[in-house]
Design a protein. Structure first.
Length: 83
């Protein structure tokens, strides 16, 4: 799903660049200059998702999961702290 949004965000940027689209308002700048942050952030998010997915598929524990408690005291401290 993230790849779908990346595809269309980059495509929208490409269309703005190809059509020489200008932003509206007092300062006329190329619209692609103001829209670069969305595709860049989406590409970074896609790379992070692919990295986590490939790591999990190789048998590693997901990075967002906490390690299992090893002692009874650790179980009690986690329960009492609400985590």
């Amino acid at each position: 799903m993230v790849a779908f949004f990346v595809w269309h965000a980059v495509g929208n940027d490409y269309d703005c660049l190809a059509l020489h689209d200008m932003s509206q308002g007092g300062h006329r700048v190329a619209a692609v200059d103001s829209r670069n942050s969305l595709p860049a952030g989406m590409v970074i998010l896609l790379v992070a998702f692919i990295d986590e997915f490939s790591s999990t598929c190789c048998g590693n524990v997901p990075r967002y999961e906490r390690p299992k408690p090893k002692t009874a005291e650790e179980v009690v401290s986690r329960r009492s702290s609400g985590v």
